[in-house]
Design a protein around this ligand. Structure first.
Ligand code: ZN
Length: 101
């Protein structure tokens, strides 16, 4: 086993033998070839998917200071809805990525 702090050993969850582990999510057991940390691999894939996904582009409504109070009020509501929609959409995409991964 390499005598480096970068290398650690981890007990394989499949064959219960100690294997060299570089603490990477895609490290595999040197005995049976299964992933040493399936949970980490899973979340890494999910993270990558989320990172690759473009954030929903929502064009926010502009609020002009010279607008009438009622117009400003309505625009604020619409803008709040847009922000909430964007947040919900990105949350759903995150859940889908996490479940699919
Ligand atoms: Zn193994």
């Amino acid at each position: 086993m390499p005598d480096s702090p970068l290398f650690a050993s981890k007990k394989c969850p499949s064959c219960f033998q100690w294997s060299t582990w570089q603490q990477k999510p895609d490290d595999r057991c040197e005995h049976c070839g299964n992933l040493l940390d399936p949970q980490a691999a899973k979340s890494a894939v999910a993270r990558e998917k989320v990172a690759n996904q473009k954030t929903p582009s929502v064009i926010l409504m502009e609020i002009n200071p010279e607008d009438a109070p009622l117009t400003r009020f309505l625009k604020t509501i619409v803008r709040g809805g847009q922000l909430a929609f964007a947040a919900i959409l990105s949350f759903i995409m995150w859940v889908v990525a996490a479940v699919a991964g």
